[in-house]
Design a protein around this ligand. Structure first.
Ligand SMILES: [Zn+2]
Ligand SMILES: [Zn+2]
Length: 173
């Protein structure tokens, strides 16, 4: 998925989000709209503290508990996704698709969003085999990003090159 597509999807989501709140009988309060807007603009993952900090720029009276309550509602309406990356604080992002795939680097922690067509096939299979309804899928893959991988490879090369020298050194002692 190109950056362009992501922008288009996100702005379609923006209108849909406000509309979902209205259709389900919830008022589109300024705080609800603002939280959606902040997450949309971010196009990534924010902790609750980061969300609060940004919300306070427009509503200095915003508190952690109002942001929590807003997120609870937005999660229930499937407008927001809660993500638990291993060893990190819980983060939130906009809910765009029922399937969501994160690829996380084991070394630097960088996160990539994957949009692959096989997710849809997997989604259909899970739904058919389980008889479950309204399924959401959160997939997490881990590995080494290009930069971390080549850093590791070159470290390995240096270790191999250094080995004979250190053996000679040990013998001299
Ligand atoms: Zn994500
Ligand atoms: Zn990395």
């Amino acid at each position: 998925m190109g950056q362009q597509d992501l922008h288009r999807n996100t702005s379609e989501f923006a209108q849909a989000g406000d509309e979902t709140l209205r259709q389900r009988g919830y008022r589109l309060t300024p705080q609800r709209h603002l939280i959606l807007q902040i997450l949309r603009a971010e196009q990534g993952h924010l902790t609750i503290e980061q969300l609060l900090e940004r919300a306070r720029q427009q509503y200095p009276s915003a508190t952690l508990s109002t942001v929590y309550r807003t997120l609870d509602l937005l999660k229930e309406l499937q407008l927001v996704r809660e993500i638990h990356f291993p060893g990190e604080a819980v983060t939130y992002e906009t809910f765009i698709e029922r399937t969501h795939h994160h690829l996380v680097c084991r070394q630097c922690g960088s996160i990539l969003h994957l949009d692959i067509s096989s997710q849809r096939a997997l989604y259909e299979a899970v739904q058919q085999q389980s008889g479950f309804h309204n399924i959401t899928m959160d997939i997490m893959s881990t590995g080494y990003c290009g930069a971390c991988w080549s850093e590791q490879q070159s470290n390995n090369v240096h270790k191999v090159e250094a080995a004979p020298t250190s053996i000679v050194h040990d013998q001299n002692n």
